[in-house]
Design a protein. Sequence first.
Length: 354
Amino acid sequence: MAATVLDVAFVVPTSGTSGIYGPSCEASGRLAVSEINDAGGILGREVRLRPVDGGRSPARVADEVDALVRSGSVGAVSGWHTSAVREQIAPRLRGRVPYVYTAVYEGGERTPGVFLTGETPAGQLLPAMRWMSREMGVKSWTIVGNDYVWPRASAGAARAYAGPVGAEIRDEIFVGLGTEDFGPVLRRIERSRSQGVLMFLLGSDAVHFNRAFTRMRLHDGCVRLSPLMDENMLLATGAANTHELYSAAGFFETLGTAHSMDFERRYVARLGPTAPAITSPGESCFEGLTLLAELTTAARSTDVPRINGVSESVAYEGPRGPVHLRDRHLVQRVYLARADGLEFDVLAEINGGA
């Protein structure tokens, strides 16, 4: 007898440095599932989420996901989690089930069966650096990141982009996950006399950095640009500590497009006014489950080879507007925003997502 339920391992952080993203991810995941099921599910099967805490050690997360897949308990994997976690999960799955990874990441993932909705440096970091060089005159940067694959690979991309956009990288500093004391880092930034800081910091680490940055008044002469700075992080940072803080992303809660406003309307109507704030990582989880539904519908199957065969034809309209797949990556518009207190002021579309 055919299965009537499709269980999805939903890997989002509920602990650790990136746990700040968890509530919004979970809420957006619930909205996606409710809308998918209202429309008849995936291939006529009700979709259910099997939560997996993606904030734990990468090996431990991968062990749990692998066990769920091997036992037949889940038929797909999706969610927002770090690249370190993805690099453990992807080879373990070996294309047995579709895996939709939703976080901003460093690019280059080629494991069969992995589909990616997150922004990559070429479409996010490069146009942001170019825009800030041209429009704001930011010509020198210090990189500050956590010490794992996404920040280090993104730093390599920034080095490659610096020359073409007329800028230079003056220093690179990497810290362990869970860092709270940024005093030595800030003193190096001060000595570098950089006009900007490229932040590749996760969750609570970025919050601690932003607060300390302001205490030293570095914001008086130095901007900050982060590819991962969401609305919850602004709230935790505090309005007094967000001066001259910029972010680039495919989605902001204040984006103001017809697609994003419709998403917010549905989110509040379904989850209520006390639901977690809408954030970019959270919306990415909605995007990932939506993409999973679109892929399986196009393939008429959850079989990875069949999905691969049709993936290039998948296109739809969601909270980020019109999007489509190219080489298993979501092609999307990207925007640059400046923090205005506890919300983002979207300044420009910097990548048209063609």
